[in-house]
Ligand binder design. Structure first.
Ligand SMILES: [Zn+2]
Ligand SMILES: [Zn+2]
Length: 342
């Protein structure tokens, strides 16, 4: 079961998307405003309805309360999609005849997105006419922050949109249920790549933060590593590595003078050759030449990276090919960030 929440401003295309979920994938579509009109706990009402429909998939359109969103997010089957788009396109497809000028449209849009109210005398009346006077309304930019995915609809082309949604709902095997789509459960490559990014946050090199994970053939993590100066040496970001601090030296240059250990080196040292045999190495940035020869010697059979780093990638590719190591680029839609400003 999948509960998709669609969050978006005026004429952002929420209903358009909900229709695709409903018609092509058999989802039940629910309007969030119907729960609000009952003047009770809208999140509770909404979750009750979801329970009734179990195990059918559900799409809830137009959630505009942070409180509700937080409650809905407690459900592991919930996936929030923020729907956005250029103002002018949204104005062109607006449904409300009341919003007859671009200025009015932008005023209401600013109110919904940022909670900023226009000082014009009849603005309050306008909100009442649009049924937007609700106390439980949160600025959409805050709701969007807690979405799992942000979908930008910059087209009115239905086929294009349908193919985007098709991709989102890709199921790897017929036996899988929707709960195991990439939406709720990333595949191993995405999962370990994200862990590598989280590991990178501990790096202490002033140039880059690189994280690395080694996973064995049973999908178990055998080692993790990040870049920075060796143990008991002053950290790079505290001035420990002279080469890294000299900004006249370009990225990837004079690495022989660098005392920082790369994320891959750190993980390889921790794992040891025996645990590396046949394993996959996940790294945030593509390996440098120095690391690539160590990876080849360690017995690693597969390398997955998500961002290109050194200019020597072609040489690394050649070396890996000769050594029989598969090199894969795993795109990540969002790189995990640990710190969030509230
Ligand atoms: Zn450094
Ligand atoms: Zn390296």
């Amino acid at each position: 079961m999948l509960i998709i929440g669609l969050i978006g401003s005026l004429a952002s295309g929420k209903h358009f998307i909900a229709d695709i979920f409903r018609k092509k994938h058999g989802f039940i579509a629910l309007e969030y405003k119907d729960f609000k009109s009952q003047k009770q706990d809208a999140a509770k009402e909404c979750l009750e309805k979801v329970k009734e429909a179990w195990p059918k998939n559900i799409v809830v359109i137009g959630i505009d309360s942070l409180k509700t969103l937080t409650k809905m997010r407690d459900n592991p089957q919930f996936f929030g999609i923020g729907v956005e788009g250029p103002v002018i396109l949204r104005f062109q497809r607006r449904k409300h005849a009341i919003l007859d000028s671009l200025e009015k449209f932008v005023q209401v849009d600013d109110f919904l997105q940022f909670g900023v109210k226009s000082h014009e005398s009849d603005f309050e009346k306008l909100l009442v006419r649009l049924h937007l006077e609700d106390e439980d309304l949160s600025p959409l930019n805050k709701c969007m922050d807690s979405c799992d995915l942000r979908l930008i609809i910059n087209t009115n082309d239905q086929a294009d949109l349908e193919s985007k949604i098709e991709k989102l709902l890709t199921v790897e095997s017929k036996a899988q249920q929707l709960t195991t789509t990439h939406l709720l459960c990333p595949n191993w490559d995405v999962y370990f790549s994200m862990v590598a990014w989280i590991t990178a946050s501990h790096g202490n090199c002033v140039r880059h933060r690189v994280g690395c994970i080694i996973a064995d053939t049973d999908q178990r993590i055998v080692a993790a590593g990040y870049n920075g100066t060796p143990d008991n040496i002053k950290k790079c970001d505290q001035g420990g590595c002279e080469r890294c601090w000299d900004m006249s030296i370009d990225s990837g240059e004079r690495l022989d003078e660098c005392i920082c250990i790369h994320g891959e080196e750190s993980a390889l040292l921790e794992a040891g050759r025996r645990q590396c045999c046949g394993a996959t190495l996940y790294v945030t940035h593509s390996p440098c030449r120095q690391c690539s020869k160590k990876i080849a010697q360690s017995g690693i059979k597969r390398v997955v990276y998500s961002q290109e780093y050194s200019s020597g990638l072609e040489r690394v590719r050649k070396l890996f090919k000769e050594a029989g190591i598969e090199l894969v680029k795993q795109e990540l839609q969002t790189v995990p960030r640990l710190i969030k400003l509230i």
